[in-house]
Design a protein around this ligand. Sequence first.
Ligand code: NAD
Length: 254
Amino acid sequence: MKGKTGLIMGLANKFSIAYGISESLKNREADLIFTSQTEYFKNKISDIVSDFSNHEILLCDVSNDGDIDNLFDIISSKIGRLDFIVHSLAFSDKNELSGKYYDTSRSNFLNAMNISCYSFTEVCRNARKLMTDGGSIVTLTYYGSEKVVPNYNVMALAKAALETSVRYLAEDLGEFGIRVNAISAGPIKTLAASGVGEFSKILEYERNRSPMKRNVTQKDIGEACAFLLSDMSSGITGEILHVDCGSNIIGVKF
Ligand code: NAD
C-alpha cells in the first residue's frame, strides 16, 4: 500500500475495528487520514495514531448536514486525491438495542439509518471526485442483517440497507474503476458493540459455533480489509465478505 492514501472513518479507541484496520494499513506503509466525530475523540485519536506517519485528523459528524461534503472539500484542497476509504461507523440509541424490535422509535429508526447507512452513500458520492485513478471503499456490517440475532434490532435493518447500498454503489462507481465492498465482521468487544444487549452471550455463541472455535480479532478484520483495499482484490466489487471464523456457515450444530 506504499504510495496510497486512504481515509479511515470510525476510529474511536484502540478497541475499534478501525484501529485493527489502521494497524494493518500502517504495516503496509499506507498514508492515512482519520476522521473524528467530535473534538473530544480527536484528542484521543491523536494519541492513538501518534506513531503513524503523515496522518491527518479531520472532524466529521456524519449526522450533520454538510459535514461529509466539507470533509471531502478539505481533503481535496489539502491532498487532492484518495485511493481508498474505510467506513467503520454506526449508531443506535443503546436503549433500543435490547428487548423487542417492534419497540423501536421512529426517531431512532431514522437516526440509525441516517448515521449507519445513508452516510455511506454520501461518502461514496464524494469519493468519486477524489478517486481519479479508481479506488476501493469498504464498510463494516454484521450477520444480524441476514438472520435474527437477539437484541440487534434496528441495527440489523440498517445493516441490511447498508449491504444493499454496497451493491448499488458498486454498480454506480464501477465505471470509474472504484470498487465497493463490505466486511461482515464476527462480534468483537468494542464501544459500539457493548451497547448491544447481552453482547457477551453473542460472543460466546459465535465462538462455540465457529468451526475454528474462536472469535474473530481486530487483526483478522484488518488483514482482510487491507486485502480488499489493495490491488490484490482488483476483481472484487459489490461483495459482502464474511470475516467471522466461519460462524455464518453453521445452521444447526449439535
Ligand atoms: P466503535 O465504537 O469503536 O466505533 C464506532 C464509531 O462510530 C466510533 O468511532 C464513533 O465515533 C462513530 N460514530 C458514531 N456516530 C457517528 C457520527 N454521527 N458521525 C461520525 N462517526 C460516528 O465500534 P466498532 O465495533 O469498531 O464499530 C465499527 C463498525 O463495525 C460499525 O459499523 C459496527 O456496526 C461494525 N461492526 C461491529 C462489530 C462488532 O462486534 N464490534 C461486528 C460487525 C460490524
